[in-house]
Design a protein around this ligand. Structure first.
Ligand code: LLP
Length: 429
């Protein structure tokens, strides 16, 4: 097999393309970025993020809809800035994420606060800056939130996350809308919990929400969940609690390896048709997409350090590891790996692995590559849940990040030094 040197965009990633034998993000050569900033290095395309966002915006044209980027997918400040400038709100899950939204210039009124375990301090912080909505996941949390709001002389806007009990047919660790998950309020108890929420002095019921899972590539679970949610809206409203907005969560998948998720606008055309048919088409809508906005906007550059042929396996040892790219180790996730400047030659099957001392530290298995030590590889679809899940395991400083905008490359995060990783620690005595 020979390396493919044709000029072409990578599947599902129109802003990441070979020009001649150079892989570029928009107008910038990745080989140059690796040389200037070192590896491992995350590189993101601003145009790819905005184009992914535009698909949702097209889908919602003429509707009342707020897109709240689920920033856990990638919470780097400059990434948040791109979405804030484009009018997005944010779906947050911690006080730390709220602090990031504010630091990036996001509007707190467009923030929704999700998650099963908000602390009193986080509730207070969010109430003080005036966030748009708390997505509450249990009765116990409703009581605490009401207490905290009353103590501040405020009313907290709340939506209950209900569990529609549909199977999103994705990896078990990232499916969240089934009965056995820790998330949400059971469909059967929702009306009663809404009545309880409406009776609490510190709360103002504003919406309903659900989130059934992540990396969903099929439309059916979404349509089923929508039916279940609309049934509930009808039941809750006839029990005397008005529902202002419907938040449909996130979860739309991306193409990692030939996956064929629906386009955001096509998915929403179907969901809106259902909303219209059932008389809810003019309600305020909210969504919380994460991966589908950033996943295919980013790559991780990594240098080949050593080739280690073996009897059973050949290993390609690179300088990125499971602390930089945790998805393969955690979910057996597949990320394509390509050469930044492909060589001609016979491809050899390698397991691409990092330097961390764990057998689980692999980035890709059985990949056909034409490589030599010193070559730079690009791990694709690395814009979501990579940097935001990176750790310092093995006292490895986290990677640097670059945001490309046209032919400009902006360093948006410096590489962490070893000193940075232990700067907050102290010796005893
Ligand atoms: N809203 C809520 C309440 C969520 O829990 C999530 C993701 C989202 C929105 C955004 O979902 P997305 O559109 O990104 O699918 N680390 C895993 C994914 C975990 C997803 C957690 N919740 C991975 O790397 O696949």
């Amino acid at each position: 097999m020979t390396a493919d040197l044709t000029a072409s965009a990578l599947p599902g990633q129109p802003f990441i393309a070979y020009q001649g034998s150079d892989l570029r993000v928009e107008g910038v050569r990745l080989a140059d970025l690796a040389r200037t900033h070192g590896t491992p290095l995350f590189v993101y395309s601003k145009a790819a993020m905005l184009s992914a966002l535009a698909a949702y915006q097209r889908g919602f044209a003429g509707r009342q809809a707020q897109i709240c980027y689920a920033m856990k997918a990638n919470s780097s400040l400059a990434v948040l800035q791109v979405f804030a400038d484009a009018g997005c709100g944010f779906d947050i899950v911690s006080g730390g994420e709220l602090a990031r939204v504010l630091a990036a210039g996001g509007d707190p009124a467009k923030v929704i606060f999700s998650g099963v375990g908000k602390t009193r301090a986080e509730m207070k912080q969010a109430l003080q800056v005036g966030i748009g909505c708390f997505n509450v996941e249990s009765e116990a949390e409703l009581d605490v939130l009401s207490e905290v709001a009353v103590s501040l002389g405020k009313q907290a806007p709340v939506s209950l996350r209900v569990n529609p009990n549909v199977d999103p047919k994705t990896h078990p660790y990232i499916s969240t809308g089934l009965k056995g998950n820790k998330f949400g309020i059971a469909h059967e108890s929702a009306v009663q919990v809404y009545q309880h929420a409406a009776s609490l002095p510190g709360l103002k019921v504003v919406g309903i929400d659900c989130h059934i899972g992540s990396q969903i590539t099929d439309t059916t679970p979404y349509l089923d969940a929508m039916d279940r949610i609309l049934d509930l809206v009808a039941a809750i409203e006839s029990a005397g609690v008005p529902i202002h907005h419907i938040d449909f969560g996130g979860g739309l998948g991306i193409n990692y390896n030939g996956d064929t998720p629906p386009e955001a606008d096509a998915l929403w055309a179907q969901l809106l048709a259902k909303l219209d048919a059932r008389g809810y088409g003019q309600r305020q809508l909210m969504i919380e997409p994460g991966r589908s906005l950033v996943g295919n906007a980013g790559v991780c550059l990594t240098e080949v350090m050593y080739l280690k042929p073996g009897e059973q396996k050949n290993f390609c040892i690179v300088d990125a590891a499971m602390n930089d790219l945790p998805r393969p180790a955690m979910y057996q996730a597949f990320h394509q790996i390509v050469a930044v400047s492909p060589r001609q030659g016979e491809a050899v099957a390698y397991d691409v692995v990092g330097p961390v001392c764990e057998s689980g530290d692999w980035i890709g298995r059985d990949r056909q590559l034409v490589v030599q030590a010193g070559d730079v590889l690009a791990v694709l679809s690395a814009g979501a849940y990579c940097m935001s899940m990176a750790s310092n395991y093995n006292t490895r400083g986290r990677a640097a990040e670059v945001l490309v905008d046209g032919d400009q490359a902006h360093l948006i995060r410096q590489r962490e030094s070893a000193f940075d990783t232990f700067a907050l620690e102290q010796l005893v005595g």
